[in-house]
Design a protein around this ligand. Structure first.
Ligand code: ADP
Ligand code: MG
Length: 854
């Protein structure tokens, strides 16, 4: 069958691509932005405020009603803008997800972008591939296709030649060549996708957790508001006034801006991560990444470059070393002529086992196509002078449990695989074991190559074929460690994150590479998958240490390792690239897949995709995750502190039985929430990672914890509240007011303006205090966060507008402070900074004592 052997020509493929267009699903119809905006206007808080506005209107306070409406709309627009941007960012992340396909064109396998597939292409599928077009199976070996995404049917189907496979399904086992019959919008998937596009994605765990916090706060706010309503009625206030207070308290406590700000700061972090080759597949993975305490990494491609070359070959007739540049199939060999002859036979067999790999000359550089190890075998064949295309053959592809692959063709059986699984199937050979130890000890990956003449029935199953073999030799493959891995490992160590190498490779090879990159820890533990204890608790106890090497693991081992470490309380990041790694990737808190190598299945199961396959990229993502987590806590602290200052006047008023007038009006509270508070909170969400981000263990796993509460309700909030209340009372007293009398309206307005100004200025200082939870403001570079400088400038401008531009002062009920008022109001700045610095000093001393004691 000529078609099956050459595929389309690249010229013809390019022509069809031009005519038929790219192989992409029609774009999901996005919900109209207006619809999204509407959603922001009718969610829980918005509804609460609408009701308040309605009541205000009914109670004969149109100005308040209008003001509340303005707040709802402004808030809605702001939230919409943030969510819209976050949504766009998430969409862009999805577009970055690599989706490639292997096709045969011009007679050779080629990697193309899945969007470049055309009808008539010969698609090469292997275990773990996503089928990205509809097609007819031409040849299949051991093919099993998981169609659950399309049909919901979880048992894989086994299509044979002539049957159909569909876009959107996955190859669970085996291999196939498929003739593409429909692409893009013409596939069956396109029809189904159109039906399901409207479904909203489920809420992520972080969003859920936040939502709960927000709802609890809102209910609390409503309850407190109702209580105040009761108190004011008891005090004999008119209904409308009591209602006003209730609204004020509620609005002061409801954290309207919280959710969108969190979403946007996660989205922004995700974008930064993507620009550094770390692609998160769900926004809240950003936060989980920051909490990571254990990284289980594989070796090949992550710690090493995945640039393989055969440097040494052992045969029963002697050894040969091989030299050459990169993947250039020309090189030199060194060794006795008899040995070189045996290497030729070995290379010919090894090449037959790797029919889907080859090297391609482009712009005078030799580039690998396919699995780098298989490519290395092709290069070896070239260097020892073995040539010629591979013949039609029955193939039993590599799988990570069997750890072998084989082909049966016209002149016999050819097997490559991990030595422990190949040697027992060969006639005994003297010296092989020693040779394996020597090669692996140098950090080389060792592959055994074996073969024999064909026998009837070989093509039926690998059990038949991979028997009674003759060992042709052992191949030592070099895969140098990546340059900056050692640095990334050191950074993890300083962050208190443990690392384990989990690899399918030989223990001696794994150990040598672990030593080369400085991964092996003080315990020097190297275990094999088969030796791991069956009990999860024992397994956890064995592996919960730094720098462990686990070799010859199966995908099932990986799953158990992830679970065992989680039982020990770890947040586990686990890498995986194989077709069977899905369960381990899903079980881990952060499943990490490779974007450059690895299977589509693994990418689909992962939370994080490394576009460059690089270990250092994981560590960089963890750092950004930590920084983002800290930022969310920063603006939570900022927001909540403001609430304390806003609530205090109402509490003082109620507790004093109305003798001390209400320091700020409901409208001023709204002005604070919207006018001055949103931007600094946003800017705090953009605080860059600092040198301390990766120093020391993460001390807390939850967003709102005791230390945050202490800071808000014990330090920052009281400092701001006390000084602003004091400013209010002093201005009143200076104006002639006496306790027990009602202040004159103009005086009250000036005093209110002072209290308002005091809170705004206090929040300025607070914004800077919140830049760090541990370091005093003086120790931070003022210009380290430019966005915050702008936000603060804006905040001041808005303050001036609120105080001086009519009719705002009259409407809000706060006039510009007197000279005395300004001085008193400005006192919140040193008050907040002093309280913050003192609290941080105490905390630092306590921390130091804990360190010396412990
Ligand atoms: P790693 O953790 O280094 O990625 P793998 O699970 O990919 O390890 O491989 C495990 C072992 O299986 C390798 O050491 C090698 O001996 C063998 N092996 C890997 N790929 C192939 C292949 N394509 N054909 C034959 N044997 C292979
Ligand atoms: Mg591998």
């Amino acid at each position: 069958m000529t078609l099956a052997n050459t595929g389309l020509s690249s010229a013809e493929a390019a022509r069809r691509l031009r005519v038929d267009g790219p192989n992409v699903l029609p774009r999901a119809r996005r919900r109209h932005p207006l619809l999204l905006l509407m959603e922001q206007l009718i969610h829980f808080f918005a509804l609460m405020l609408w009701v308040a506005a309605l009541f205000a209107l009914l109670a004969g306070m149109p100005a308040l009603a209008v003001a509340i409406v303005v707040v709802v709309v402004l808030n809605g627009v702001f939230a919409f803008a943030q969510e819209y941007r976050a949504d766009r960012a998430a969409q862009r992340l999805r577009d970055l997800m690599p989706l490639r396909a292997m096709v045969r064109r011009d007679g050779h396998p080629h990697h193309v972008d899945a969007s470049e597939l055309v009808v008539g292409d010969e698609l090469l599928l292997e275990a773990g591939s996503r089928v990205c077009a509809d097609g007819e199976v031409l040849t299949a070996s051991g093919l099993a296709v998981d169609e659950s995404m399309l049909t919901g049917e979880s048992v894989p189907v086994r299509p044979v030649a002539g049957q159909q496979v569909h876009a959107g399904t996955y190859v669970a086992e085996g291999e196939a060549t498929v003739l593409v019959t429909a692409i893009g919008g013409h596939t069956e998937l396109a029809g189904i996708a159109a039906l399901t596009q409207d479904a909203k994605p489920p809420r992520s765990p972080l969003a859920g957790q936040l939502h709960r916090v927000v709802v609890i706060l809102a209910l609390l706010a409503t309850a407190v508001g109702a209580a105040f309503f009761g108190v004011s009625l008891l005090l004999g206030l008119p209904l409308t006034e009591g209602f006003l207070f209730a609204v004020g308290v509620t609005v002061a406590l409801v954290p309207e801006g919280l959710l969108p700000t969190v979403t946007l700061s996660l989205a922004r972090a995700a974008q930064t991560m993507a620009s550094r080759n770390a692609l998160v597949r769900r926004l809240d993975a950003v936060e989980t990444l920051g909490a990571t305490t254990f990284i289980c990494t594989d070796k090949t491609g992550t710690l090493t470059r995945n640039e393989m070359s055969v440097v040494h070959v052992w045969t029963p007739a002697g050894e040969v070393s091989v030299h050459g540049n990169g993947y250039e199939p020309i090189g030199t060999v060194e060794g006795a002529p008899a040995a070189v002859d045996r290497v030729r036979a070995l290379a010919a067999s090894a090449k037959r086992c790797s029919p889907r790999a080859h090297v391609r000359l482009q712009d005078e550089r030799w580039l690998p196509v396919g699995d780098p190890m298989e490519v290395a075998l092709h290069v070896l064949a070239g260097r020892v002078g073995v040539d010629g295309p591979s013949a039609d053959a029955v193939r039993f592809p590599f799988d990570p449990r069997r750890r072998r692959s084989s082909v049966v063709d016209f002149d016999g059986v050819h097997v490559t695989g991990a030595p422990e699984t190949v040697l027992p199937r060969c006639l005994p050979v003297h010296g092989a074991e020693d040779a394996i130890a020597a090669l692996a000890g140098r950090g080389l990956r060792v592959l055994a190559v074996a073969g024999r003449p064909a026998r009837p029935g070989d093509e039926k199953s690998w059990e038949n074929a991979e028997r009674d073999l003759e060992l042709l030799g052992l191949v030592g493959l070099q895969d140098p460690p990546r340059d900056d891995v050692a640095e990334a490992i050191a950074s993890c160590r300083s962050a208190g994150i443990r690392i384990a190498m989990i690899t399918g490779d030989h223990p001696a090879t794994a150990r040598a590479i672990a030593d080369q990159v400085g991964l092996r820890g003080p315990d020097q533990l190297v275990v094999e998958g088969a030796e791991l204890p069956a009990d999860l608790d024992e397994l956890g106890a064995l592996l919960d240490r730094d720098g462990v090497v686990v070799a010859r693991v199966t995908p099932e081992d990986k799953l158990r390792i992830a679970k065992a470490l989680q039982r020990k309380g770890h947040v586990v990041a686990m890498t995986g690239d194989g077709v069977n790694d899905g369960p381990a990737l899903r079980a881990a808190d952060i499943g990490v897949a490779m974007g450059a190598s690895g299977t589509d299945v693994a990418r689909e199961a992962a939370d994080l995709v490394l576009l460059d396959d690089h270990f250092g990229t994981i560590v960089g993502a963890v750092e950004l995750g930590r920084a983002t987590f800290a930022n969310i806590r920063r603006f939570l602290t900022y927001h909540l502190t403001d609430n304390v200052a806003e609530l205090t006047p109402f509490v003082v008023w109620a507790l004093s039985g109305g003798t001390i007038p209400l320091a700020i009006t409901v409208l001023q509270v709204l002005a604070l929430d919207i006018g001055t508070d949103l931007l600094p909170a946003l800017a705090l969400g953009a605080e860059p990672p600092n040198s301390r981000t990766m120093r020391g263990r993460l001390r807390t796993g939850s967003l709102i914890d005791a230390s945050l509460m202490r800071r808000v309700f014990g330090v920052l909030g009281p400092a701001e509240a006390v000084v602003s209340m004091a400013a209010f009372v002093v201005v009143l007293l200076a104006g002639g007011w006496r306790l027990g009398t009602a202040p004159d309206a103009a005086l009250l307005a000036t005093a209110s303006g002072t209290a308002f100004t005091a809170i705004v200025l206090g929040q300025l200082a607070n914004a800077y205090a919140c830049r760090s939870a541990a370091r005093p403001v003086m120790k931070k570079r003022l210009r380290g966060n430019r966005l915050l400088l702008w936000a603060v400038a804006f905040e001041l401008a808005v303050l001036i507008v609120f105080l001086f531009v009519p009719p705002l002062p009259g409407l809000l009920g706060g006039h510009a402070p007197s000279a005395l008022g300004w001085v008193l109001a400005a006192a919140t700045v040193p008050a907040v900074l002093l309280a913050d610095t003192a609290a941080k000093a105490v905390q630092a001393r306590k921390h130091a004592r804990m360190l010396t004691d412990g």
